[in-house]
Design a protein around this ligand. Structure first.
Ligand code: ADE
Ligand code: ZN
Length: 329
């Protein structure tokens, strides 16, 4: 059931979805020594969330050309399609793709979008992009990123978000960038309520006016906030396997996704950075089924919520909805 159910993924970092072997191969081709980021089995190795961010950036340093991102896009979409994903939104950062230079960003984007179009023809999976500044790089760099996003908003770039270290800066510090993105027609999301508490969720929602929250699960610590999120229909991009791998929750039954859902919050399921967390969309479904007894009807309803909350054009959303009605992928 969990493999073949058609799925929608809203929260996936493209570099974070790079298999360790893929990054090792790129490093080998470029004669870069990044052996320190892998364990004895060849998997990514990190001590905690902050070390994870460092390892992520070392791995990402191997992606130096648009064609590297084209290869990566293909590899990631093949893995997603194998898990039953029919539509995916991925975070893309001009910080990593051309150093926030608009001309270079356009070249990276063209390579990614072309690779995604080929994967759509071959595998039947659709990809859209969400431009994402990195919070710990600061608000000034985020402005340059927002300018790149605004210039390239369209059918492929459909959203704007904020990733990175939630403990650095406040959402309001990024307001200029989010306002610019909104004016350019981009839909908005922001990582919050992962390493920051409910006040971080509240600030992102209130100060940036986002429709979705990346993670957002720590809202559960504030009952009135949970009710407000449910009432307003704010969508949480939950990534339970990521939260458990990074030690935010000790195990699957302890994860708040089921409690939030029972309170009427619109929860969705994603993998965040799947190879880092030894997960896939199919595995997330299987673990949630085990932990909470969720059945096919619940997963189908969550997939519909994800499609409704997707940032793509209405015509694309209609196509996804049709795919979700099918018995299997
Ligand atoms: N970048 C990649 N994964 C992330 C996460 N889980 N939180 C914040 N930034 C990230
Ligand atoms: Zn994330």
């Amino acid at each position: 059931m969990t493999e073949v159910l058609p799925k929608v993924e809203l929260h996936l970092h493209l570099e974070g979805a790079a298999p360790a072997a893929f990054i090792r191969q790129l490093a080998h081709e470029k004669r870069m020594d990044i052996s320190g980021i892998f364990d004895a089995h060849g998997n990514y190795a990190y001590r905690d969330f902050w070390h994870f961010l460092e390892v992520y950036e070392v791995a990402t340093a191997t992606l130096t050309r648009p064609e590297d991102y084209a290869r990566l896009t293909r590899a990631v979409l093949e893995a997603s399609a194998a898990s039953g994903v029919v539509y995916s939104e991925t975070f893309l950062s001009p910080d990593f793709c051309g150093g926030r230079d608009l001309g270079a960003w356009r070249e990276y984007l063209a390579a990614i979008a072309e690779s995604a179009a080929a994967a759509e023809r071959d595998l039947g999976i659709t990809l859209c992009g969400i431009v994402t500044p990195i919070r710990h790089f600061g608000p000034e760099k985020a402005r340059e990123t927002a300018l790149c996003a605004a210039e390239t908003a369209g059918d492929f770039i459909v959203g704007f978000g904020l990733a990175g270290d939630e403990k650095k800066w406040q959402p309001i510090d990024f307001k200029w960038s989010f306002d610019l993105a909104r004016e350019a027609g981009l839909h908005l999301t922001c990582h919050a309520g992962e390493w920051g508490g409910p006040e971080s969720v509240r600030a992102a929602w209130r100060d940036l006016g986002v429709a979705r929250i990346g993670h957002g699960v720590r809202a559960v610590e504030d009952a009135p906030l949970v009710d407000e999120l449910a009432e307003a229909g704010v969508v949480l991009e939950c990534c339970p396997g990521s939260n458990i791998a990074l030690g935010l929750y000790p195990n699957w039954p302890a994860h708040p996704i089921a409690r939030l859902r029972e309170k009427g919050v619109r929860v969705t399921i994603s993998t965040d950075d799947p190879p880092f967390f030894h997960t896939t969309m199919a595995r997330e479904y299987a673990r949630l089924a085990e932990a909470f007894g969720w059945d096919e009807a619940i997963f189908r309803s969550i997939a519909r919520t994800s499609a409704e909350a997707s940032f793509c054009a209405p015509s694309t959303r209609e196509k996804i909805m049709k795919k979700l009605e099918k018995a299997d992928v």
